[in-house]
Design a protein around this ligand. Structure first.
Ligand SMILES: O=C(O)CCC(=O)C(=O)O
Ligand SMILES: [Fe+2]
Length: 347
């Protein structure tokens, strides 16, 4: 169900028909004709269709979806309230629940709780960074491996992403063992505009998720650094199905559907940041520095001031052990941290 400006109605431009008229039609005509009737008359509040039989409800629901899909490309862009939810309940990681007793937290947990990110300078030893850089430099692709999980094939990535102290820190922040589940290995900014990562996941992941940005060298301010909005992890959270509803059916079926959402998310989050008077920060790390961010933190790969300026970074995303939505199990990398197994070829 949609909330915000779209709650209870479908297209602002079409007229509503009376409940009685609607009920008459719903009772007397088969669904196909009802669909035609709706198309002629415009869309209506589906809750007006107060039909008792469950089968009728299913039909109405199906109709509602068909009509939504038919008209979605004509809708005005959604607002932040249309795409977000407040997720304050006891299924979230403990630091995201209300009533946290700050006196029981470590300093890093307190920082995470308050700001939604954590910066650990020099966390990754030079040997691990150098070993990964050597392997990565042999790949002649500025955007890195196309596979989302090169860690399955390249031990230097596991050495880096499953580095013991990093893995321990993730567990300290989220509250369970975290397995590496995705890498971004480009040496240019992704230029992915403002978003929270939560909406990339199925709903059950619910914040048992974090991501890590490792600087492999001094980050040039012209390269399009990682930018983030401290404290935005407390804002309502973008949810996958709400966001996907505003894509056309073709866009929804596309393997890179998140990119398609940028056409409305960019402007919407720019506006939210401005209205809240929030101050984005850039992460200009040095070799071995690590920034860990919350799955609800608003962030982006900023547009480079000088296109083509290298940005030597390694990005890894992690999912909580008991919140991984697929069948694959979590494995341990030596005596370090964890990663999720999978059958994703290196490309
Ligand atoms: O290019 C960047 O730094 C942003 C990457 C990003 O949004 C992510 O890894 O979730
Ligand atoms: Fe992201």
């Amino acid at each position: 169900m949609v909330r915000g400006a779209y709650a209870g109605q479908v297209h602002p431009a079409v007229r509503k028909i009376g409940r009685q008229a609607l009920l008459r039609v719903a009772r007397t005509r088969p669904v196909a004709r009802l669909l035609r009737f709706y198309e002629n008359e415009g869309m209506v509040d589906p809750t007006a269709l107060n039909v008792a039989a469950p089968a009728a409800h299913d039909n109405v629901e199906r109709l509602r979806r068909e009509l939504w899909d038919k008209f979605v490309s004509h809708f005005p862009p959604p607002a932040f309230e249309d795409l977000t939810e407040d997720l304050a309940d006891d299924t979230l990681p403990s630091l995201d629940r209300p009533g946290v007793d700050l006196s029981t937290l470590t300093e890093d947990q307190r920082h995470w709780w308050q700001h939604g990110f954590l910066l650990k300078r020099g966390l990754i030893p030079d040997e691990l960074v150098d070993a990964y850089r050597e392997v990565r430099a042999r790949l002649d692709k500025p955007h890195g491996w196309e596979s989302t999980a090169p860690y399955l094939h390249i031990s230097e990535i596991r050495d880096l992403g499953c580095y013991g102290p990093l893995s321990d820190k993730l567990e300290e922040l989220i509250g369970e063992k975290m397995g590496m589940s995705l890498n971004l290995t480009g040496w240019l900014s992704t230029e992915r505009n403002w978003h929270q990562d939560d909406y990339l996941n199925p709903p059950e992941v619910k914040g048992w998720y974090a991501a890590v940005w490792v600087a492999l060298d001094t980050i040039d301010p012209d390269s399009g650094p990682f930018q983030f909005v401290p404290g935005s992890h407390r804002w309502p959270v973008l949810r996958r199905e709400r966001v996907r509803m505003f894509l056309t059916p073709e866009e929804r079926a596309h393997h890179d559907w998140p990119r398609k959402t940028e056409r409305f998310l960019d402007e919407l989050l720019e506006k939210e940041i401005a209205e809240r008077g929030a101050a984005p920060q850039s992460f200009l790390g040095e070799k071995g520095d690590v920034l860990i961010w919350h799955s609800r933190l608003v962030h982006r790969g900023s547009p480079p001031k000088v296109p083509g300026t290298p940005r030597l970074s390694f990005i890894a995303h992690y999912t909580g052990k008991s919140h991984w939505p697929l069948d694959q199990r979590m494995a341990r990398h030596g005596d370090g941290g964890y990663y999720f197994r999978g059958d994703i070829p290196l490309s």
